[in-house]
Design a protein around this ligand. Structure first.
Ligand code: ATP
Ligand code: MG
Length: 426
């Protein structure tokens, strides 16, 4: 036997037992974004490497260590997208969607990062994100946070996630703060790791973002960026806090929240949870007013977030909220012998015409009553239609309730659609 080929480490199959949960997550996301008037955008999975270097920043974990970068056959440097924002901005600039316009967009798809695979951290993962362009005020920051909060409510996990917010101020305020921070970090140099020492030179704010507990401890008394905000940013942040207070969204101001990407300014936020162990951030985002210009467009404000869908799915599984999803099959249609197979088939096709929202599975492969009923039960269907020669002769089907103790009943084919409509409340 030849050796089986395995999937790439950190890249997961989504098996049929899990796809219903993923579909449930995705359809609720679609419903929520639609309820806020956001439009979907789809961009390629591969982009020029420069796009990510210029947007995410050269001195970041993603660009330094995590990108899947390769030369294509023309020797162009390409990269599998590690996140969605850069591509959305690139597409927006390229197609003239951004300047002098307001856009409320969302996307959902695979992202790729070469990280050490572990629970909640993979090399191929999925993000759902929203990106809003052309709006400057805290009202839209509050809206995207509201939208994420509505998702938690929808999935029944509002009690399991906490909102952390911070402000990174303006570029000028950050530059002034950097000096204070560097002076502080120099006093703690012996406690910093190699990465942090390098960042102390190239991008000191990133040191605050370190995942190393020793470094985290060393920087816990560092001066706080939020105490050095410029007046406009301070007003913006206050405006956001007031809106969240008014809308009943609880939050914690976390001065250490700087986010791992360079393009953010002013508002940054994360939704975190204790239910996933080390990988506690389910959703992360913020404002990126400079990014559109940085990528060659005309200055346009932007704000958005991304949710790691594997982490959301893991949460639903951990909390046992992945049960009682819509069954894959509502009705299982049997055919007791070959002479009634086509009668059963015609009956079910007519039902699909009449009730397209009902999920029906036709039995295939023959077998006796017992075997067919076993399959019917395994399908998860609510009822089975039993179809044999007697039923065909009388133009009826027999309804067998699979999940409740109820007597079997005969229904005329001409009244079947109506009967099923009532039964399923549609
Ligand atoms: P982390 O601090 O966990 O590495 P990050 O700051 O790198 O996250 P972002 O780039 O902000 O993450 O991406 C937004 C969200 O995407 C994260 O909050 C997380 O839910 C998800 N995410 C990021 N990287 C991965 C990954 N390798 N596997 C699964 N989900 C991920
Ligand atoms: Mg990361």
């Amino acid at each position: 036997m030849s050796k089986q080929i395995q999937a790439i480490r950190g890249m997961n199959d989504c098996l049929p037992t899990e796809t219903s949960l993923w579909q449930y997550v995705e359809s609720n996301i679609r419903q929520v974004v639609a309820s806020y008037g956001y439009q979907e955008i789809r961009t390629p999975i591969v982009e020029s490497t420069d796009l990510f270097k210029r947007s995410i920043g050269e001195v970041t974990d993603i660009v330094e260590k995590e990108m899947y970068t390769f030369a294509d056959r023309n020797s162009d440097s390409l990269t599998l997208r590690p996140e969605g924002t850069a591509s959305v901005v690139r597409a927006g600039n390229e197609h003239g969607l951004l300047y002098n316009q307001q856009q409320r967009l969302w996307y959902l798809g695979q992202m790729f990062r070469h990280e050490r695979p572990q629970k909640g951290r993979y090399r191929q993962f999925h993000q759902f994100g929203v990106e809003v362009f052309g709006l400057a005020g805290p009202d839209i920051d509050a809206e995207v946070i509201m939208l994420s909060a509505r998702l938690w409510k929808k999935f029944g996990i509002s009690q399991n996630v906490t909102l952390e917010i911070n402000s990174l101020g303006s570029a000028a305020a950050r530059a002034a703060y950097k000096e204070q921070l560097v002076a502080f970090l120099k006093t703690r140099e012996s406690e910093l790791d190699e990465d942090s020492l390098r960042r102390l030179q190239s991008n000191p704010l990133r040191v605050l973002d370190s995942k190393n507990p020793k470094v985290q401890n060393a920087v816990k008394d560092a001066p706080k960026l939020i105490d050095c905000l410029d007046e406009e940013s301070e007003k913006h942040f206050k405006g956001l806090c007031e809106r969240l207070d008014n809308l009943g969204i609880e939050y914690r101001v976390n001065p250490a929240l700087v986010r791992g990407l360079d393009y953010y300014n002013r508002t940054v936020f994360e939704w975190v949870t204790d239910d996933l162990g080390a990988q506690g951030t389910v959703c992360a985002g913020g404002r990126y007013d400079g990014l559109v210009e940085q990528l060659g467009g005309k200055a346009t404000q932007g704000v958005g977030f991304a949710i790691g869908l594997e982490r959301l799915v893991l949460m639903l599984q951990t909390l046992g909220l992945d049960k009682n999803l819509d069954p894959q099959v509502d009705i299982y249609i049997t055919a007791m012998d070959e002479s009634v197979e086509l009668y059963a088939r015609h009956t079910s096709e007519a039902l699909r015409d009449a009730l397209p929202q009902i999920k029906m599975m036709n039995h295939c492969g023959g077998g006796n009553f017992k075997k067919q009923m076993k399959r019917a039960d395994q399908s998860g269907a609510t009822i089975a239609l039993i179809i044999g020669q007697d039923e065909m002769a009388t133009q009826t089907v027999a309804i067998k309730h699979l999940r409740e103790q109820q007597p079997q009943q005969a229904v005329l084919v001409s009244e079947l659609a109506e009967f099923i409509q009532k039964l399923f409340n549609i």
